[in-house]
Ligand binder design. Structure first.
Ligand SMILES: Cc1ncc(COP(=O)(O)O)c(C=O)c1O
Length: 390
């Protein structure tokens, strides 16, 4: 069910601005693309067409970028945190031994002894931490992870299997971020966060550039196909939707693509910021089952892009999430989509069921929609219990 809708008054219709280019641009994405596509296990993820659903809800096309297989980690986050760890190690090695260091040398273990002295740290609801742990394990540094009280045991164990030291704190995601910051200061650990805040923006930029591997792939996959009229993007802190918005805004400005941001009704920090006309945080009173979206504090850089780039913000309830997961599981071919993954599809269906809002957002029978299936069964036990309950 659609809970809230807000049309962004601050949206600009101008080409991607110089100011935002200093946050994220196509060149950053290209550099990340050249690096990440050279990693072992890299494969382009599928861009599926959900034809039956499109015809049922009377839109022209629905594309679904399926990230469930990304690097065997089950979510698009594999592209960001891992790249952030690599860029961090590059920076510290350059300081320690000079400018001859290359990303390839780090990747292939040339400086493993020096690298092993460093500890990277992050707070996470699961997926970003798994990506940072994967990077630390791959490149040979230590990894410290903070999770909040509601992160599932399965997600915790997935990070521990990658040799991360995982600490569960009392409280919600934002509290785990704060404890991670203070403990890292005390212990000289290095935060590789997917969210940015005043004084901490460097690695979140790299992480966002990593996410845009998906956009580069989609851009290639869309060749000779129609460019989407609408992109629906699920928001937690906003780094992911901002990265995708930035790419398509810069590259396809002429196409006037509409960006719709979807959040949980329990974690509406982006829509509330849009309503207020400035970035604000909210207190999370209840955890949504879309664990990846349960964030009360927007990313500083993410917000910078979304406040000018997003057209509409919506919030949804958890109620339709299990149904959406089963709908995709029963799709031919079957699609493994986790709780946060189906937020875009849930929002799209909710929008098409509300004539007034569909009209405001401009979704109709001519619309070509791009959705991101941002995760697969990142906690297999929860995933299977939801699918089997149907
Ligand atoms: C599966 C999934 N989808 C979407 C998001 C939202 O990304 P962001 O927090 O960058 O807005 C997350 C964040 O953790 C996630 O794990």
């Amino acid at each position: 069910m659609l809970i809230d809708h807000f049309h962004n008054q601050n949206k600009t219709h101008k080409p991607y601005t110089e100011e935002l280019r200093s946050v994220l641009n196509l060149k950053n994405t290209r550099e990340a693309f050249d690096e990440i596509t050279s990693w072992k296990g890299y494969e382009v993820t599928p861009l599926l067409s959900l034809e039956e659903i499109a015809s049922k809800i009377n839109v022209k096309k629905i594309y679904y970028k399926d990230e469930s297989s990304r690097f065997g980690l089950g979510s698009f986050k594999a592209l960001g945190g891992t790249y952030g760890v690599l860029k961090f190690l590059y920076d510290v090695l350059k300081k320690e031994i000079g400018s001859m260091v290359s990303l390839e040398d780090i990747r292939t273990g040339k400086y493993r002894k020096i690298v092993s002295k460093y500890t990277v740290a992050t707070a996470t609801d699961g997926n970003h931490g798994r990506s940072v742990a994967f990077g630390a394990n791959l490149f040979g540094c230590k990894c410290q992870i903070y999770i909040h009280s509601e992160v599932s045991k399965g997600r915790q164990e997935a990070m521990e299997r990658l040799n991360a030291n995982v600490i569960r704190v009392n409280g919600n995601y934002d509290e785990s971020v704060n404890i991670c910051k203070s403990e890292s200061n005390l212990n000289n650990w290095h935060i590789i966060s997917d969210t940015s805040y005043p004084g901490y923006t460097k690695y979140p930029k790299d992480i966002m550039a990593g996410y845009n591997i998906m956009s580069e792939e989609i851009s290639n996959q869309l060749e000779k196909k129609e460019i989407p009229s609408h992109i629906i993007l699920q928001g937690g802190v906003g780094s992911f939707p901002a990265a995708i918005c930035s790419y398509f805004w810069e590259k396809y400005h002429e196409n006037n693509i509409k960006f719709v941001i979807v959040e949980s009704e329990h974690a509406p920090c982006l829509i509330q910021s849009a309503k207020k006309g400035e970035m604000i945080s909210i207190n999370i009173q209840k955890e949504t089952m879309m664990a990846g979206l349960s964030c009360g504090e927007p990313s500083l850089l993410g917000w910078k892009i979304l406040e000018k780039g997003a057209d509409d913000f919506v919030t949804i309830s958890d109620r339709s999430i299990p149904t959406m997961m089963r709908l995709l599981s029963n799709h031919k071919p079957s699609i493994e989509a986790g709780e946060s993954s189906v937020a875009g599809l849930a929002a799209l269906i909710d929008i098409t069921e509300n004539d007034e809002i569909a009209k405001k957002i401009g979704i109709n029978s001519e619309s070509v929609i791009l959705l991101f299936g941002t995760e697969g069964a990142t906690d297999p036990e929860i995933y299977h219990s939801i699918i089997q309950a149907g």
